[in-house]
Design a protein around this ligand. Structure first.
Ligand SMILES: Cc1ncc(COP(=O)(O)O)c(C=O)c1O
Length: 479
């Protein structure tokens, strides 16, 4: 026994290294805080993209501990200094995230307290906070209180949960799969197609719907395809629309689609991961009419509410459909289950243990109120209009007027247009001051501008236009 005790005490001395003293904590915190401040203060001049390669050896895990100073230097050089800098206002590629400061404080507290956010029994406060946020989202999108929801890591998992529920509600399994039909836009985010595969629906029939000139689903095409499929004895069961497509920010005609879905008993899912929170803008609210008809929707605070990456949300009206796949119990969970009076996040998601995500949204909403979020969304919409006007002045060709804050442009040429625009984008990437990504629209290479980073201001747009103008002139000079 004595020997056992002394071995334990010897180990305890070493493991105590994991618990810094109060003054060590202060030192660590101050060092990280100093670095964070210099990162944030330098954002306006530090560029948005660096194609420089990472030195993998810098991450090697040595056996001996390193000083925090050294660790922060590696972080600064190899992580923060390379690739895309999503925290920068110059980030206008893909779908920008944000990274509002108050969320980081929420994450800090979540990590310090390490609340167990998967079950109400373990952390009734964390779960109540998650429910409060989900209830707020239900009211935004016209969902009934009886709907269930979950805070996920992002849009992909939110869509996965919704599509799993659709599958279970319509009992799509076994021989039914090959006769079952899903209707969607060719512009739908690919995570939905991934989700269908993950949930065993690789062999369903996918009907891509026609799009109008603004890349929105043509509702009459859905009607026609449904009639044909029903006449052929198939089993239409799911319609997926987008409230803001990734490529061009298009809003599908949600109301018309909702009516057709209802009349044909389809599960109606709306992927609002990018565009959803634009419902807060009085000027765009009308585009969301009909979203309340959906059976489920996905929406991402780490996009439209400018949070750091790591927060999506799903809402589903039919709770039994969600529980079918996600609700399980086990002997080792019996205390937690006996005591649950609220819906447990673990019963609405593939996750059991989950990061206490609610705090990174709840804290900023409490601290700032909703007004600056709405203003920031309105600002991005106006900046998109301004950007397009400035590009047009410079002679660039523009895609159609966007519904939201994603749009595209290219330099028009009668020959080698794609090649030229690829080179133009490369020049911008090499410069690194701002960052755009690209896509293909009807087979043509175009440059995308996605304005959603909360730090994107008019000066970033002006800088981007100047850079594009100069790069275009340089390349034309070389032709
Ligand atoms: C419309 C849409 N849906 C889903 C996703 C996937 O979301 P996440 O990257 O958060 O998993 C995205 C990502 O950009 C998106 O734009």
């Amino acid at each position: 026994m004595e020997d056992l005790k002394s071995r334990i005490l010897a180990l305890q001395k070493i493991s105590a290294g994991l618990e810094p003293t109060p003054s060590q904590r202060d030192n660590y915190f101050n060092e990280v805080n100093d670095y964070s401040n210099s990162f944030l203060n330098g954002l306006s001049t530090s560029g948005t993209y660096s194609p420089e390669k990472v030195r993998h050896e810098a991450f090697a895990l040595g056996k001996e501990p390193k000083s925090l100073e050294k660790i922060l230097r590696i972080f600064e050089e190899e992580v923060a200094g390379k690739g895309i800098k999503p925290a920068s206002g110059g980030y206008m590629g893909y779908i920008p995230g944000g990274g509002i400061y108050a969320s980081a404080l929420g994450d800090y507290l979540a990590d310090i307290t390490n609340e167990y956010a998967g079950m109400s029994f373990a952390s009734p406060g964390a779960v109540a906070m998650e429910h409060e946020l989900l209830n707020w989202m239900k009211s935004l999108f016209g969902f009934p209180e009886s709907a269930v929801g979950n805070l996920t890591s992002g849009g992909s998992i939110a869509n996965l949960i919704a599509l799993t529920s659709a599958r279970d509600k319509h009992k799509i399994k076994g021989a039914t799969i090959e006769k079952s039909v899903v209707y969607l836009s060719p512009q739908l985010h690919h995570c939905n197609l991934k989700a269908l595969r993950i949930i065993g629906l690789e062999d369903v029939i996918i009907r891509e719907l026609k799009l109008d000139e603004g890349s929105r689903i043509v509702a009459s095409d859905l009607k026609q395809k449904l009639e044909e499929d029903k006449a052929a004895g198939l089993n239409p069961f799911l319609l997926i629309a987008s409230a803001g497509t990734t490529d061009t920010g298009a809003m599908d005609p949600l109301n018309e689609l909702g009516e057709i879905a209802e009349a044909n008993k389809l599960w109606y899912h709306v992927d609002a991961a990018y565009g959803g929170f634009f419902i807060l803008s009085e000027k765009r609210k009308h585009l969301f009419k009909g979203i309340e008809k959906s059976d489920s929707l996905a929406v991402d605070p780490h996009k439209g509410l400018f949070l750091p990456f790591g927060l999506g949300a799903v809402l589903v009206k039919d709770r039994e459909a969600v529980f079918h796949s996600h609700h399980r119990s086990a002997n080792y969970m019996q205390d937690a289950v006996e005591n649950d009076s609220e819906i447990n996040p673990a019963d609405v998601s593939p996750e059991l243990t989950k990061h206490f995500r609610a705090l990174r949204l709840w804290l900023p909403l409490q601290l700032h109120g909703i007004k600056p979020f709405v203003a920031c969304l309105e600002e991005k919409l106006l900046l998109t209009v301004y950007f397009r006007e400035r590009l047009e002045e410079k002679g660039f060709a523009l895609g159609p007027e966007p519904d939201l804050s994603v749009s595209y442009f290219w330099w028009p040429l009668s020959e080698n247009e794609t090649n030229f625009n690829k080179k133009l984008l490369k020049e911008i990437h090499n410069d690194g001051t701002v960052f755009f990504s690209s896509t293909n629209i009807e087979g043509c290479f175009v440059i995308r501008m996605a304005l959603l980073a909360f730090r994107t201001k008019i000066e970033h747009v002006d800088r981007a236009v100047e850079l594009l103008d100069k790069a275009r002139n340089r390349l034309l000079g070389r032709l």
